[in-house]
Ligand binder design. Structure first.
Ligand SMILES: *Cc1c(COP(=O)(O)O)cnc(C)c1O
Length: 350
């Protein structure tokens, strides 16, 4: 659900790309993103697309034809990154696990030791399964082996710890419409100084022009060179969404999402739903992924919720389609009253 504050902010005038007020908004967005990402990376800015476009930018800029791309794959979005990397000419090595599980340090160690990859990629909050992998079990091993670390933080940013610098993530992409509660279309991105140096020292151009980080960066820093036309309403919304996070405090916001998630999962278990992710510590707080009680058709339940209460919850993606429900409580919806209303509505539809 988009925060009302963000929607309201979109009514501001659509200014030019070097208007002083617009540049101030851009600078404050970059500062707000650094704080939400937990990074000091100078190269932190939004990409003009939804999360998938930012994913493609990460891959287009850091995967070259012939690069060895090692991906920890236990969900739909990890698979998407693997498909993109292959299209960009990478040699893809996939370590797979059943959906809903996360990877251990021992698994990371043997996979990375065996594959000797140039790039290691993992998904921090796998929205298709509800599993959270901070990256602590992967990033240090990947870095020690000389690989660049790419992390998908599309769903974690703004709702759960991302902590790029502490974990040792080099490149990350996110989105505006999940944990940040803004409209889709402008995706936060961040690159570590060592990854940026690698990019800047590369001789040949990458294959994507629109998603070329070096060209995009030329607008974000002086003299703010034109690259493409930004959408001011999306910048205003993101600016406001980040201001809301700063006012609430990042830790307080994480705590609110965690409490809403615990309340939701507890209530769902009482109603007979089973969490897909067995270990409670490995769950994404704000996306409950559950199997319905025996005899309950997930599609019928979802339709009934929409028809009776105008509540939309998601079904499964990819190989979990028709098998699970994915229920997001993020942003304005991560509060006790909303979760209670949701649980009461589900109970009545059952
Ligand atoms: C939603 C999502 C994406 C794709 O983002 P879009 O904004 O839908 O393009 C990528 N990765 C994860 C983990 C996601 O949840």
């Amino acid at each position: 659900m988009v925060d009302d504050r963000a929607l309201e902010a979109m009514k501001q005038p659509a200014l030019g790309i070097r208007d002083p007020y617009f540049l101030q908004v851009v600078a404050e967005i970059r500062a707000g993103l650094r704080s939400a990402f937990g990074t000091a990376n100078p190269q932190t800015f939004p990409i003009p697309s939804s999360g998938s476009g930012a994913m493609e930018s990460a891959i287009a800029n850091f995967v070259r034809p012939g690069s060895k791309f090692a991906i920890f794959a236990a969900g739909h979005f990890a698979d998407r990154a693997a498909i993109m990397a292959a299209r960009h000419g990478a040699v893809v090595a996939k370590l797979e696990k059943p959906w809903g599980e996360i990877f251990t340090e021992a698994e990371a160690d043997s996979f990375i030791g065996r594959e000797r990859p140039d790039v290691v990629c993992f998904v921090q909050a796998e929205t298709s399964t509800g599993a959270y992998q901070s990256g602590k079990a992967i990033a240090p091993i990947a870095r020690a082996a000389g690989a660049l670390v790419i992390a998908d933080t599309v769903t974690s940013l703004g709702a759960m710890p991302v902590e790029l610098d502490e974990i040792g993530i080099d490149v990350t992409y996110s989105c505006s419409q999940k944990g940040l509660s803004c409209p889709a279309g402008l995706s936060p991105f961040s690159v570590s100084p060592r990854a940026w140096e690698l990019l800047v020292n590369r001789q040949e151009d990458g294959r994507s022009w629109y998603l070329d980080l070096k060209l995009l960066a030329q607008y974000y820093d002086p003299p703010h060179t034109y690259h493409h036309t930004p959408s001011p309403p999306l910048f205003y919304a993101l600016h406001e969404g980040l201001a809301a996070i700063e006012e609430e405090g990042l830790q307080a916001r994480w705590a609110r999402h965690r409490a809403a998630g615990d309340q939701l999962m507890g209530g769902l278990e009482e109603l007979g739903f089973t969490p897909l992710v067995k270990n409670a510590a490995d769950r994404v707080w704000h996306v409950a992924t559950v199997l319905p009680p025996a005899g309950v058709d997930e599609a019928v339940l979802r339709k009934r919720l929409t028809d009776r209460y105008e509540i939309e919850i998601a079904g499964g993606l990819g190989r979990l389609a028709g098998k699970v429900l994915r229920i997001g409580v993020m942003g304005p919806l991560a509060d006790p009253d909303s979760v209670k209303f949701l649980l009461d509505s589900i109970a009545s539809c059952l």
